[in-house]
Design a protein around this ligand. Structure first.
Ligand code: AMP
Length: 249
């Protein structure tokens, strides 16, 4: 943290713009595309890796969330990130892990109906990370569209001098949105998961899309709903929760 401050001040003195990409690690091409986008908009890019306990419910996968710091650091160096911030829990939560930021209107409904703590936890950690990193701009993936909306709204509400940029969703050859949690999928589950984007795109009626996903092998659909200019969906294949959205054309 002290080192981060020092480097930050040096950059500010040199009038260099800082871009910031917060992540939970287990990095894939989706994360790295955000780093590249940040490099296009800023002179220096900071990436944080921190699995935030405040956005996991007790029954969720905080303990088992994939972690691979060595490989993450290699990927970030190759992508051209200037600094990787690996905060300790005590730095971010000196008074213990707690939620103290409201997720606002964007944080109501959709995912929040199924993970009520989630966006408050995200808003809390992102606000704290912003305080530490003090970026001029920050990049978030459109993959987590509601999260992007929550952050935009929070920055507006709090009048923070930070530009928020949304990065397009990176997908595999079948159109499945890349996600660290895809590592949980078995081969047969992966084939099912790869249907999600196809069905979202080809089946505008939410009820029809829901039943098409169940027929494809999904075990449960949390929601399919249209909001902003998006059709958003969350569903389960086995023990893995998948999230996706597409722009409504
Ligand atoms: P996470 O590590 O899952 O918290 O994600 C960190 C950032 O990467 C968030 O802004 C996500 O929206 C973004 N992200 C995750 N997956 C993708 C993807 N497939 N394409 C683009 N951005 C992504």
């Amino acid at each position: 943290m002290a080192a981060l401050c020092k480097i930050n001040n040096k950059w500010k003195d040199a009038e260099l713009k800082t871009g910031f990409v917060p992540t939970m690690g287990a990095l894939h091409e989706g994360h790295l595309s955000l780093v590249k986008l940040a490099l296009e908009h800023a002179d220096r890019v900071v990436v944080s890796i921190y699995v935030n306990p405040a956005q996991f419910a007790p029954h969720e996968d905080f303990e088992s969330y994939p972690r691979d710091i060595d490989s993450d650091l290699e990927k970030l160096e190759a992508a051209g990130a200037h600094l990787v911030y690996l905060p300790q829990e005590a730095e971010l939560y000196p008074d213990g892990v707690k939620i103290d930021m409201d997720a606002g209107r964007a944080g109501a409904g959709l995912d929040a109906d199924f993970r009520p703590h989630f966006f408050h936890g995200v808003a809390t950690i992102v606000r704290r990370l912003f305080d530490h990193v003090q970026p001029d701009m920050a990049v978030f993936g459109e993959k987590d569209y509601q999260q992007l909306m929550v952050i935009r709204e929070m920055v507006e509400r709090q009048n923070l001098p930070i530009e928020i940029i949304g990065g397009p969703t990176m997908r595999d050859d079948h159109g499945l949105a890349l996600s660290s949690r895809n590592a949980y999928l078995s081969e047969s589950e992966l084939a099912i998961a790869q249907q999600m984007n196809v069905i979202l795109r080809d089946t505008p009626d939410p009820e029809a899309a829901k039943s098409a996903l169940l027929t494809a092998g999904f075990d449960k659909i949390d929601y399919i709903e249209e909001r902003w200019d998006r059709r958003l969906a969350a569903g389960w294949v086995g023990e893995t929760r998948l999230l996706d959205n597409i722009k409504i054309t």
